[in-house]
Ligand binder design. Structure first.
Ligand code: 5GP
Length: 219
């Protein structure tokens, strides 16, 4: 238990190519499990229609973001398509202290940064694969979110995202939404029992030892 961060919750990194279902899975898991939350990142990109400050993101100006970097407010940050995004240290530590588990719905680069951060002993990583390329393509088309050109681009990005599957601890094929969702929740429960994620275990073992002493002295 050397260098073990002292927190009660764990971090779950979920990655997949866009269209394989990670966002719907993560949203549904957070909705149904009050002990599992999202973190709200900080970004310099302007809000899109319908986005609310503090809900999807904390929206800030570039100067403010730079100041936050300087003040070491982030666990990790990255530039994506010309905008900056960062994961807030205070927020994550507060949630973990409250015993919450936190889901990160991120691409492989975001996942790598979280896995390599000082919180790495608390991280469990899950990669979601589509059952076939045909299904992935159909899902992207059916989202009606993107034009033909964007769907083609997403398919290209998907290939590169999938090439990182082996960096993850758990790999799931999303052929049945409810089954995959249940399995992710199961993984979280099981991972929390791992010795290196149970920071309160030494206290519990001391309690058992005290009870042993008491038992011996009474017998
Ligand atoms: P969007 O602007 O479409 O909401 O997100 C663009 C990209 O930024 C996505 O790939 C998303 O995973 C990534 N992103 C969102 N928040 C963070 C963050 O806190 N850190 C990193 N590294 N990437 C993020």
């Amino acid at each position: 238990m050397v260098n073990q961060p002292k927190f009660k919750g764990i971090l779950i990194v979920i990655s997949s190519p866009s269209g394989a279902g990670k966002t719907s899975l993560a949203n549904s898991i957070v909705e149904e499990n009050e002990n599992i939350s999202f973190s709200t990142s900080v970004t310099t990109r302007p809000p899109r229609d319908g986005e609310k400050n503090g809900r999807e993101y904390h929206f800030v100006e570039k100067d403010q973001f730079n100041l936050m970097i300087k003040n070491k407010r982030f666990i990790e940050y990255a530039e994506v398509f010309g905008n900056y995004y960062g994961t807030l240290k205070d927020q994550i530590e507060n949630l973990l202290n409250d015993g919450k588990d936190i889901i990160f719905d991120v691409d492989w680069q975001g996942g790598t940064k979280i896995r390599n951060s000082y919180l790495s002993p608390l991280v469990v990583s899950v990669f979601i694969l589509p059952p076939s390329i045909k299904t992935l393509h159909e899902r992207l088309l059916n989202r009606n979110k993107d034009d033909d050109r964007t769907v083609k681009l997403r398919m290209k990005e998907a290939r590169s995202e999938i090439s990182h599957w082996s960096e993850y601890q758990y790999i799931m094929i999303n052929d049945n939404f409810d089954k995959v969702k249940k399995n992710i929740v199961k993984i979280i429960e099981i991972e929390k029992m791992r010795r290196n994620k149970r920071i309160l275990l030494p206290d519990f073992i001391s309690k058992l030892n005290n009870e042993f002493e008491e038992f011996i002295s009474n017998s």
